[in-house]
Design a protein around this ligand. Structure first.
Ligand code: NDP
Length: 459
């Protein structure tokens, strides 16, 4: 397992033994689930200083209980394409931990979705949600369905079949799904429509990321990307730096990437590149965000089509967007997109800060390299918590039947992201790892959940 420091005390030695033995059990019990192992390994290595201070966590089996989902549901999703052919996909919902509130976390529709991916996402969600300071537990779900190239009618039939089973397991006080990769406003609309029809109730608080006409919150669409930039602004400020005149590179061109680019440009940066799974565009004068929105949100086209309206930009098929020199890198596509080699290239070309909009986009080796080379590093569970934070604000608005203004939600998002930065930074210092936001965010997220689990008894 990853080692964080060499100072050894008997309590720390015992904590390390405890974490290592839990990790061994996890690997045995969940063979082949590499993404899940990776997320747990990073977490366990980080919380050792907190375990060393509180032996009760080991006695009460807190790590064993935290790493085993309360419930994992898998189900069949049959649906019919436009030619009348029947297809079957696999659906998942992991209800990981409900110590501090109802399960909350997005749904991912992507062909790579597996039990391992849903479990790593659900596990991280526990601590992310805790960091927001809002009363939400951790969950995640999805299906190995690829919405790309499907008609609206096919996506609708798929969503209806998916929700027919999922509806048995969710509700405003039980489990509240939202969007993630491949699940945006269109999919949430179809999912909510089917849920409402099955329940014969308008339970707005059962899904977040809804449209504004049926209980959605202003700023939810922008929240993860804007929140990422607010968090990165705080990281930079700690080193007396700002976004002003910085070159920024973003991976992905979906929901998180678009609004991270928009806010970074608003704060004075030049975003020179973004990507999709086929390649990247490079526009040294600054990416034209409305053009990317039109391509991706309205026309659902590939990013290379940007060249049709911006012939001076470059497109690199299958390229690594992080090969471009930049001061700030914001990975906003998917897990493990930055390995050690890409991290080293970013470092060699003078990157100042890397903040994760995607979930677990950096490998453990890449994170070590960033830390060893003094790169400011913002881990996903802190840096991209803005989406779920505003989802919880959407639930609050649904509960009171009120709608808050864009400015009100945006100000609250900014406050939450700034507080997450401060709490993570303070926890890192308090536990002997000043500047290490991986340690800080894991410990800050963990303590609230673990202490609440102690209060609830053995469940
Ligand atoms: P979208 O589906 O809107 O966009 C995803 C983007 O990433 C697309 O450009 C997509 O390209 C690219 N991408 C996805 N998978 C891969 C892959 N395997 N290889 C290369 N590129 C890929 O998703 P979001 O923007 O919502 O999510 C992006 C990331 O942010 C995910 O890691 C998600 O978990 C995380 N996140 C999202 C939140 C939200 O509120 N939406 C909240 C917190 C985290 P292509 O179209 O070619 O597939």
């Amino acid at each position: 397992m990853v080692q964080l420091s060499t100072t050894v005390t008997p309590a720390k030695e015992q904590a390390e033994k405890y974490a290592a033995s839990v990790f061994e059990t996890i690997k045995k019990r969940n063979p082949g689930e590499e993404e899940f192992h990776q997320a747990v390994e990073e977490f366990l290595a980080s919380v050792i200083p907190a375990l060393a201070e509180q032996p009760e966590y080991e006695k009460q089996g807190i790590l064993e209980r935290l790493t085993e989902p309360e419930r994992l549901i898998t189900f069949r999703i049959p649906w019919t394409d436009d030619q009348g052919k029947v297809h079957v996909n696999r659906g998942f919902r992991v209800q990981f931990n409900s110590a501090i509130g109802p399960y909350k976390g997005g749904l991912r529709f992507h062909p790579s979705v597996s039990g391992s991916i849903i479990k790593f996402l659900g596990f991280e969600q526990i601590f992310k949600n805790s960091l927001t300071g809002l009363p939400i537990g951790g969950g995640k779900g999805g299906a190995d369905f690829d919405p790309k190239g499907k008609s609206d009618a096919e996506v609708m039939r798929f969503c209806q079949s998916f929700m027919t089973e999922l509806s048995k397991h969710i509700g405003p006080d039980t489990d509240v799904p939202a969007g993630d990769i491949g699940v945006g406003g269109r999919e949430i609309g179809y999912l909510f429509g089917q849920y409402k029809r099955l329940q014969n109730r308008f339970d707005a608080g059962t899904l977040t990321g809804k449209g504004l006409t049926y209980g959605g919150s202003l700023t939810r669409t922008e929240a993860t990307g804007y929140g990422l930039v607010y968090f990165t602004r705080e990281m930079l400020a700690a080193k007396n730096e700002t976004f002003q005149n910085k070159k920024v590179v973003v991976s992905g061109s979906g929901n998180v990437a678009i609004y991270a680019m928009e806010k970074a440009q608003e704060l004075g940066a030049t975003v020179i590149a973004c990507s999709d799974s086929n390649g990247y565009i490079h526009d040294p004068n600054g990416i034209d965000i409305p053009a990317v929105k039109q391509l991706k949100e309205v026309e659902r086209k590939r990013i290379k089509e940007y060249l049709q309206t911006h012939p001076d930009a470059d497109y690199v098929e299958n390229g690594n967007v992080f090969e471009l020199p930049c001061q700030v890198a914001l990975p906003c596509a998917t897990q493990n997109e930055i390995n050690a080699e890409k991290a080293q290239l970013l470092i060699d070309q003078g990157v100042l800060a890397v903040a994760e909009g995607a979930n677990m986009p950096s490998t453990l080796e890449a994170i070590d390299l960033f830390h060893q080379n003094g790169v400011l590093f913002g881990p996903a569970k802190a840096a991209n918590a803005g989406g779920v934070a505003v989802s919880a604000l959407e639930m609050a608005q649904n509960g009171t039947r009120l709608s808050w203004s864009f400015e009100q939600v945006d100000a609250e998002l900014d406050r939450i992201m700034t507080t997450i930065y401060q709490n993570s930074s303070e926890a890192a210092t308090r536990y002997g790892h000043e500047g290490n936001l991986v340690v800080g965010s894991n410990i800050a997220g963990f303590l609230k959940v673990a202490d609440t689990m102690l209060l609830h008894g053995i469940i």
